[in-house]
Design a protein around this ligand. Structure first.
Ligand SMILES: Cc1ncc(COP(=O)(O)O)c(C=O)c1O
Length: 413
């Protein structure tokens, strides 16, 4: 659509079947929040839940809340809830730890299932924690493992009979590029390798079907599109066919078959509970339920549809209005191939992003020159896209980003 007007965009909002969800989130006055791909917005009901967990369950219930408030079973209860969002069975998912830690456990379990092989295939440009965790695991095991790094279009060719496991992220954190989970998993399993997937940028942003793709293990952040809260525990999926056969290395008592038998020797739990380690971040887990419940009420196909339209509108408007200011699209132009965030390169991306923050448009920056914009379909409106691009256009036209204060790097970019 050429020469789109704000009125056109308002009409898109009027026809949006997800529009009513926005009211379930607290969005600060005057802010356009295009960073839900990093930390999702706060569901309003989280405040009431936080009060209950602290003032009632903790303050009054004390240790009894382990049973009476269901604290002890939260990793499994929430895992059961989240399972349909990723095409998993209720007993295949737990919520626990951070994404990096559960990825360490999942990859270790996958390697242990292929004891005679020594190669792991990963995407070199992936979010670094995945690669760092794998490098740490390999160094720790000290058994001659190597990590074979491949970029998106090289992955299939990198998988051969030496490969023990692939550990790949579904949607790229910078470009938003979607990898073909079914095809890559099939290729891995055809040579006898296990498939571990990271769903950080797809969980809650699009339909995911782990069992249809026959994935072995998967992990993912809940604090992005599931709005589970800062530092909320991660999703960890272990396919039922591996239950009782895999072994993860952080064998704390919560992963024991009978934790409250207090036996001397370790016996693994026979299901995804074996992926737990110790006492859980209970306040965080409790709050996570609010965002998950909201996502469960939304139609994931509608979320995906809106995501494609929001990102498409953003690309079109940026290229139309800011195209002669040295911005270039990094994300796939094909909506089927991109997730819910868009990156544009600009040599001065960092000060531009900081100038956007000053005008209430929250987005972020990733080296070497990526301006990254996330579109969470549950609370981002089409007019937000329009207004954000207008701010970007004005900042670029006026050159107001070119100030020393915007060049100074904050710890978190
Ligand atoms: C692909 C990927 N994996 C992992 C993480 C984060 O891991 P953690 O929650 O352990 O910091 C991110 C964060 O954005 C990510 O993009």
């Amino acid at each position: 659509m050429a020469n789109i007007t704000r009125k056109d965009v308002e009409q898109l909002d009027q026809g949006d079947t997800l529009a009513s969800f926005r009211d379930e989130f607290h969005l600060p006055e005057g802010v356009i929040y295009l960073n839900g791909n990093s930390l999702g917005a706060m569901p309003k009901k989280a405040v009431e839940r936080a009060r209950r967990v602290v003032e009632v369950e903790w303050a009054e219930g004390l240790i009894g809340s382990m049973n009476t408030a269901g604290w002890y079973k939260l990793p499994q209860t929430l895992g059961q809830k989240i399972a349909p969002l990723v095409g998993a069975k209720p007993n295949e998912v737990v919520l626990t730890d951070s994404t990096g830690i559960v990825q360490y456990k999942a990859l270790a379990a996958a390697l242990q299932m292929q004891p005679d092989r020594r190669v792991i295939v990963m995407e070199g440009s992936n979010f670094p924690t995945d690669n760092y965790m794998a490098q740490g695991l390999v160094a720790h095991l000290d058994r001659g493992y190597t990590i074979r790094f491949a970029e998106a279009d090289e992955i299939l060719d990198a998988i051969d009979e030496d490969v023990a496991a692939i550990c790949i992220t579904h949607v790229h954190y910078k470009t938003g590029n979607i990898l073909d989970m079914a095809a890559i998993t099939k290729r891995a399993q055809s040579v006898g390798a296990a498939a571990v997937w990271d769903l950080c940028h797809s969980l809650g942003a699009m339909p995911v079907d782990l069992n249809a793709c026959n994935v072995d293990f998967a992990v993912g952040c809940t604090y992005k599109y599931l709005n589970a809260g800062p530092g909320a525990p991660a999703l960890l999926f272990a396919a039922e066919r591996h239950h009782g056969k895999y072994f993860q290395p952080l064998t704390g008592w919560y992963s024991h078959a009978e934790p409250f038998n207090f036996e001397r020797d370790y016996r693994p739990a026979p299901d995804a509970r074996q992926m737990l380690s110790g006492t859980q971040p209970t306040v965080s887990l409790s709050l996570a339920e609010i965002g998950i419940d909201i996502a469960l009420r939304a139609d994931m196909n509608a979320i995906r549809q809106k995501s494609k339209q929001l990102t498409g509108l953003f690309i079109e408007l940026v290229e139309e209005r800011c195209g002669d200011h040295g911005v270039s699209l990094v994300s796939p132009r094909d909506p089927e191939r991109r997730g819910s965030q868009i990156s544009f390169d600009h040599d001065d991306g960092y000060p531009i992003i900081r100038a956007m923050h000053d005008r209430g448009v929250i987005c972020d920056y990733r080296e070497p020159a990526n301006m990254r914009f996330g579109f969470a379909p549950l609370y981002i409106r089409y007019v937000d896209v329009w207004d954000a691009v207008e701010q970007l256009r004005d900042i670029l036209d006026s050159g107001s980003w070119n100030e020393e204060q915007y060049r100074r790097r904050a710890a978190v970019t």
